[in-house]
Design a protein around this ligand. Structure first.
Ligand code: UGA
Length: 428
């Protein structure tokens, strides 16, 4: 298709990825943010987010003249053919999504959008938001289109440029199809839908992933009680194409800035239409239970009582490949350990600074020093390559609790330590 003039409002990981990737597809993209200092940094090619490939795309977009960064959405949108809203929609009061940022931008730009310009929601917004924005706009000449993103943190650029599908939804189907064509360069199926269906796809997908993980964590618990091995069970399940091989790894619970927020929001949406989404509430409850089982496992490793125990924590981010701590299961587990009186020393290759209730160090071996137990909470590959014999030397106790089933149990045992994972037999 011919390159389009696009404005992206919000330069968080979704907005910046969207802007930089659309520019790499040949479009002319203006990214807008209210944070003046951030805009200056980005205009100079400096990217603060840890996202592989993103800084490179930003530099190339700037050099090609297809990407620019500005403050002030009102000015930026005057010549746009499409405006993407990529502003935060955090969990608001009572678990519903907080739409204040989306509404504020709509109010700011509503009267200056050119006729025919599509206003596109990329942020995850509750079903009905497109309709609400259309009403707020009060303009029949500006179609509102939902185009949810399915980007994972840490692989956002690769996910954007190699998507499983593109979803576009609007009650103005021609406008939806136009947004779909922005991605014509990418070899992906385009699902064209009404606005409500497109909005629901995002929640339905994220909540399904959360259900899948809670299910796997429950099966892992059964494995422990029945003497089975979750790795073998999920391998056996995953070959079934109806189930698939991914998203089957047990862990300390699911977290991050999306799954917890979106599961709560969908429960609320369901409540608003008098549907008690019990399956999803159970998945949320199960996630808390998983955290508590992990805490109990760690307590068991230090002789039953956490008060005064020194625990070495490896990993704080919600998953490997990111420095994002939002709704991190590692922090959730740590805060319960801390509340129960444990003394925590933590290391994460992507996190520094102070965190309440623990000492954050900048070297994995310091975590082991005098530790009664060492716990892996984020699956950073580099933890596998630690010199575990040296770790053992430094430790007081011998237990390694690997909540991500990341380490090679044999290497741990050869170092004179004892390994326990999740849903797998203990090795000592
Ligand atoms: C998630 C979705 O995967 C994306 O498709 C979606 O676009 C994004 O939310 C969003 O709504 O913006 P993300 O939050 O980056 O992406 O993280 P995931 O990779 O999905 O991981 C979520 C949680 O599940 C993490 O805590 C992770 O450690 C956990 N997880 C994931 C497991 O415990 N086991 C697995 O096998 C996979």
């Amino acid at each position: 298709m011919t390159p389009a003039r696009i404005v992206v409002v919000g330069t968080g990981y979704v907005g910046l990825t969207t802007g930089a990737c659309l520019a790499s597809l040949g479009h002319y993209v203006t990214c807008v943010d209210v944070d003046r200092a951030k805009v200056s940094r980005l205009a100079a090619g400096r990217v603060d987010i840890l996202e592989p490939g993103l800084a490179d795309l930003v530099t190339r977009g700037l050099a090609a003249g297809r990407l620019r960064f500005v403050v002030g959405a009102r000015e930026a949108v005057r010549a746009a053919e499409g405006v993407f809203l990529c502003v935060p929609t955090p969990m608001g009061a009572g678990g519903s999504a907080d739409l204040r940022a989306v509404e504020a931008v709509t109010a700011e730009i509503g009267d200056v959008l050119p006729a025919g310009c599509a206003l596109i929601t990329k942020s995850t917004v509750p079903v009905g938001t497109s309709k609400r924005i259309q009403e707020m706009l009060g303009r029949a000449d500006v179609p509102v289109v939902s185009n949810p993103e399915f980007l994972r943190e840490g692989t956002a650029v690769a996910d954007f440029l190699g998507p499983d599908r593109i979803v576009v939804g609007s009650d103005d189907r021609a406008a939806a199809r136009w947004v779909g064509e922005l991605y014509a360069e990418l070899d992906a199926p385009v699902v064209v839908a009404d606005a409500a269906s497109a909005e629901l796809v995002k929640y339905a997908a994220n909540c399904y992933l959360a259900l899948k993980l809670s299910y796997v964590n429950s099966i892992a618990e059964l494995c422990e009680r029945l003497g089975a091995d979750i790795d073998l069970v999920t391998e056996g399940m995953g070959h079934d194409r109806r189930i698939g091989r991914t998203f089957l790894k047990p862990g300390p619970g699911w977290g991050g800035s999306c799954l917890p927020k979106d599961t709560s929001a969908l429960v609320k949406v369901a409540e608003s239409v008098n549907y008690d989404f019990r399956m999803l509430t159970s998945a949320i409850d199960e996630n808390i239970a998983q955290r508590d089982r992990i805490v109990a496992k760690i307590a068991g490793a230090v002789g039953g009582t956490l008060a005064g125990a020194r625990i070495g924590v490896l990993g704080l981010a919600f998953k490997a490949g990111t420095n994002d701590l939002r709704d991190s299961p590692a922090l959730a587990v740590s805060s319960v350990l801390c509340a129960l009186g444990a003394e925590l020393v933590a290391y994460d290759p992507a996190v520094d600074g102070e965190i309440d209730g623990m000492t954050v160090v900048d070297d994995a071996y310091q975590v082991a020093k005098d530790a009664d137990a060492v716990v892996v909470l984020t699956e950073w590959a580099e933890f596998k390559d630690l010199d575990w014999a040296a770790m053992a030397e430094l430790m007081e106790g011998i237990d390694v609790v690997d909540t991500r089933n990341l380490l090679d149990p044999r290497a741990i045992v050869d170092a004179g330590l004892s390994w326990q994972g999740v849903g797998r037999p203990r090795v000592s």
